[in-house]
Design a binder for this molecule. Sequence first.
Ligand code: C2E
Ligand code: MG
Ligand code: MG
Ligand code: MG
Length: 281
Amino acid sequence: RAKATHGVQLCQYEYGMDEVARKRRSMAADLRDAIAANDLSLAYQVQRSLVTNEVTGYEALARWHHPVAGWIAPQEFISVAEESGCIIELGDCVLRRACREAVLWPEPYRVAVNLSPVQLTRPILATTVAEILLETGLPPSRLELEITETALIADKASALHILRQIKAMGVSIAIDDFGTGYSSLETLHSFPFDKIKIDRSFVMESDRSEQARAIIRAVIALGSTIGMPVLAEGVETEAQLEMLRSEGCSEAQGFLLGRPSLSGPVLNEQIRTLQVVANSS
Ligand code: C2E
Ligand code: MG
Ligand code: MG
Ligand code: MG
């Protein structure tokens, strides 16, 4: 196959592309069905304060178990959803479910929900957020929306307008995967963020790379100068956690602190309650 002549390779390449497009179309159709049937689930990953060690909230991460293909990575189905347009339904569905579940959590915990750039191109988003908050009864201060830098670039003025409306309700906005987009500082300057989430690639490199540590330090300093807390993603080791704490990072999230879990905080609380009951009897 690989040793084929140039012409044949080109043919196979085109066939391959066709096959990829076909698979994505069929995945999009299945995804639409799954959304309509409310078949997506949410995994929750804990976020902790590095100052008090307290849980500050949980990030909601979409999960899809395909009836034939099994679990599909969010990176894959989110991009299919964006391409095919059903990201709007998916986004609404994730937001509604996250708010409905978060209202049952212990009082101070916030829920962080990822937004797609595509959702930010639709002025109706602000109304949808308001409706979902009203319908679920979640106080706006307990909702945080995460937006990646690339999300904001297409129509900046319109995205800014939508974000300002959402912020005015008391919902907070975090810039996700900070440092990996191509205009981080400009984005940070133009949009009303409440928190910086430094991308996990810097945290991962930090064990081996002084430069990665220097970048983390600089982002934390930047955050503190402009009054924005910094959360570090992808913390996997005690060494990373210690480094972040000593650099003055505000919050952390990562496998060390907790893997994304389908049961989420409600079940954890129930288990704790059961343990307390068991221990006291
Ligand atoms: P993200 O928002 O940056 O989410 C964090 C990702 O890092 C999650 O992957 C999480 O499982 C992973 N992660 C957390 N801690 C660690 C760690 O210590 N080590 C490593 N190696 N990874 C860690 P996941 O769940 O596969 O999600 C990937 C991306 O998919 C998310 O990145 C987000 O951009 C997107 N995504 C997930 N759910 C949604 C959603 O409901 N809506 C939208 N628009 N995007 C979503
Ligand atoms: Mg995120
Ligand atoms: Mg992230
Ligand atoms: Mg990411």
